[in-house]
Each structure stands twice: as structure tokens, then as C-alpha cells.
Design a binder for this molecule. Structure first.
Ligand SMILES: [Zn+2]
Ligand SMILES: [Zn+2]
Length: 375
């Protein structure tokens, strides 16, 4: 008696075409998929059997062996195939299931081409002010999207294209040589896609995709820095045959600022002050990175290149409420153009302190060292 269990599982006659078998498999696999029947052991068993059946029937060679010898023909000790195990391996099954659920293509065992869309990269320049406050940026970039006319199938009628008759949808063909060696090569008829488009879609010439310029709004969180990358899932090019899209990666470059230099979460600003301000002390005000004025107290006797730390006036730590500090680097400016009166006052200033005692200890220390050298 002939074994027809695999056909019965898929509810197709033994004369069913490859396409009928594929369609029937999808229907049955959907029906008994564990996700749809949570906790149902019977459905799970059935699901496994359906996959086992399909694993054999979708393959021309295995199907022929099964028709001839029943299950023995496709198990490990089959009479032909020289010890090759044509039986279903679990990894293969599940890859194919996923491939079929996703409209074909994501199989990772090399049987089919990968239909996932490609990842895209975009370089986004933003100002330091925007890096401080966070922002929403609109970007426009060229990408490929599914052709809505053919739903990405590339066919004139918008339906799934025919299964390639040469490889039966496998994308690969097997060639047996010398009994023992089986070679797998990419199917020459379909180029590995497993499908053949007889009448291509007029809208996309059968590509299934169209090039467009896409505009997206990107959310930038406060504290973003150069060399940070934002991943926007699913915004790469569209996948083919319902496969997932690629991702979009936005590489951020924070532009240099006129006043502030950023070092991680801290900001540095060089501020020129007058000699009298440095000597007598004073107050200066600069615009903060947040737009609010920052008041800086210059203590009397501030030296050139002194750093004044202003806590909490730096950049935000990425994606937090905390802020770094602001360092004001004081640059004491020496007057170049003096009025007669100013000159007079400077002369009087010098006469008052001919040994520059007001600049101790630095000046004295230096001359003491010089003295030591010659003694
Ligand atoms: Zn199209
Ligand atoms: Zn083919």
C-alpha cells in the first residue's frame, strides 16, 4: 500500500503541483502554528508533522523518493542518495517556516536570497545649542519603498509571482555527480529568488520597489554628542516579498560653537578681561548655552589663564537631567593704547612699588632662583 500520510497532512492529493503544496502548507502551518494555539500540545505535534511533510514534498528529489519508497525513502538509511540524509532537520524546518511566514526569503540556510531591506546611513549636523536642548530634526533621504501598485511582488497583477519551475521555489538546484556528491548551485532561471515574474509590473518594471525621497522627523535627546549613532528601526529600504525593512542609522555631528568648546559634558570658554578687572576684581556676564545669562565673579588678583568653575552650567549628560560644569578660562589683556592720563597713572603705580612687591610671590621667587644660579 502506498504511503500518503504527508499528502494527507497537507490535505492535498498525491498529484498536487508544487504550487498547490506550497499553498496548502501555508494554510495548514498558519492553522496549527504554536503562536495561534498556545498550550495546545496536539496542535504543536500536528504543526511539526506538517513541517516534516512539507520538508519532503517541497523538494522534487525527496518527493520522488517518498512516492517510491514511502518514509523509508527519505529517512537516513534510504536506498538511494548514497547515505545522504534527505530527512527533515529541525533547523531547516524552522528557517523555512519563518521564511514562509514572512512571505519567503529569510531562510538562513542559504536556500533563498535574503529579502530584508538594506540599512541606510545618514549624517546629521546639529548645533551645540540643539545638542544641549534636544530637538526634532527633519531629514530627507533617498530610499527604496515597496511599489504599492504590485505590493512589492513586481507582477503586473500585483499577485505573488509564480514559483520557479526549475528549482521549485528553492532558489537553488542540486546536481548529483558520481552518486555520492551533490552540488547545490544558484538556480540559473530565477537567479535564486525562487520566483519568476512573467508579466512585470509597469509601475516598477518588476523590481517590486520604487526610489523615493523620504522625509522623517528624528528625535534628538539632550546631551547628544558627535560620534553617537541613532538607530531608527525599519526605516531602511523596504524588504521584498513582505520581508522586513532595513534600519536607518543617523550619525550625529555636533558643530563647533563660537564661544564654547565642549569636552564631554563640560564646556570651556576663554574670556578676555582687563587688567583692572583682574587686579581689582569684577563681574562679567556671558550668554549660557541654555540662553540664560551666566554671571561670573572675577576675584581680585585673578591671574591670566586661571580657570573659574561654574557648577551645573555645562552640557546635559546624555538622556539625563544632570549637567556638567562650565569652565571660564580668564585671559588678562594688557592695555596697548593708553591715554596720557592712564600713562601717568601707570607711572605713578610703578613709582609706588619699584620692586613689584604687589606681584609676590612669583616675581620674587623667580629672582631668588636666578640669584642661586650665580652664587
Ligand atoms: Zn510594481
Ligand atoms: Zn529557480
Amino acid at each position: 500500500m502506498k504511503d500518503t500520510e504527508y499528502y494527507d497532512l497537507l490535505e492535498v492529493p498525491a498529484s498536487a503541483s508544487a504550487e498547490d503544496i506550497k499553498r496548502a502548507f501555508r494554510k495548514q502551518a498558519m492553522k496549527y502554528h504554536p503562536d495561534r494555539n498556545p498550550g495546545d500540545k496536539e496542535a504543536e505535534q500536528r504543526f511539526k508533522k506538517i513541517n516534516e511533510a512539507y520538508e519532503v514534498l517541497k523538494d522534487e528529489q525527496k518527493r520522488a523518493a517518498y512516492d517510491h519508497y514511502g518514509k523509508d525513502g527519505v529517512s537516513g538509511n534510504n536506498p538511494f542518495g548514497g547515505g545522504f540524509d534527505f530527512g527533515a532537520d529541525l533547523g531547516g524546518i524552522f528557517n523555512d517556516i519563518f521564511a514562509d511566514f514572512m512571505g519567503g526569503g529569510r531562510a538562513e540556510n542559504g536556500r533563498r536570497r535574503n529579502y530584508r531591506g538594506t540599512d541606510l546611513r545618514y549624517t546629521l549636523n546639529i548645533t551645540l545649542e540643539k545638542a544641549f536642548s534636544g530637538s526634532e530634526e527633519e531629514i530627507t533621504f533617498p530610499t527604496m519603498v515597496e511599489c504599492e501598485h504590485c505590493h512589492g511582488f513586481g507582477t503586473k497583477d500585483g499577485k505573488e509571482p509564480d514559483i520557479c519551475p526549475m528549482c521549485k521555489g528553492q532558489g537553488k538546484v542540486r546536481r548529483q555527480q558520481g552518486g555520492f556528491f551533490v552540488f547545490e548551485t544558484t538556480c540559473p532561471q530565477c537567479g535564486g529568488s525562487g520566483h519568476v515574474v512573467k508579466e512585470p509590473c509597469e509601475e516598477c518594471s518588476g523590481a517590486g520597489q520604487k526610489k523615493i525621497n523620504k522625509t522623517l522627523k528624528i528625535k534628538i535627546k539632550p546631551g547628544i554628542d558627535s560620534n553617537m549613532r541613532i538607530r531608527i528601526a525599519g526605516e531602511g529600504t523596504s524588504g521584498l516579498f513582505g520581508a522586513p525593512s532595513g534600519d536607518l542609522y543617523v550619525d550625529v555631528i555636533v558643530e563647533p560653537h563660537k564661544l564654547y568648546e565642549r569636552r564631554d559634558e563640560d564646556l570651556y570658554a576663554s574670556i578676555p578681561i582687563s587688567v583692572s578687572c583682574a587686579v581689582l576684581g569684577g563681574k562679567i556676564e556671558i550668554p549660557g548655552i541654555d540662553g540664560k545669562p551666566v554671571n561670573i565673579e572675577i576675584p581680585a588678583g585673578t591671574q591670566n589663564d586661571a580657570a573659574i568653575k561654574i557648577k551645573g552650567c555645562g552640557m546635559p549628560l546624555y538622556d539625563t537631567e544632570r549637567r556638567g560644569d562650565l569652565y571660564v578660562i580668564v585671559k588678562v589683556m594688557i592695555p596697548r593704547k593708553l591715554t596720557d592720563k592712564q600713562k601717568e597713572l601707570m607711572e605713578a603705580f610703578r613709582a609706588e612699588d619699584p620692586e613689584d612687591k604687589c606681584c609676590e610671590p612669583e616675581i620674587k621667587t623667580f629672582w631668588d632662583k636666578v640669584k642661586d644660579l650665580f652664587n
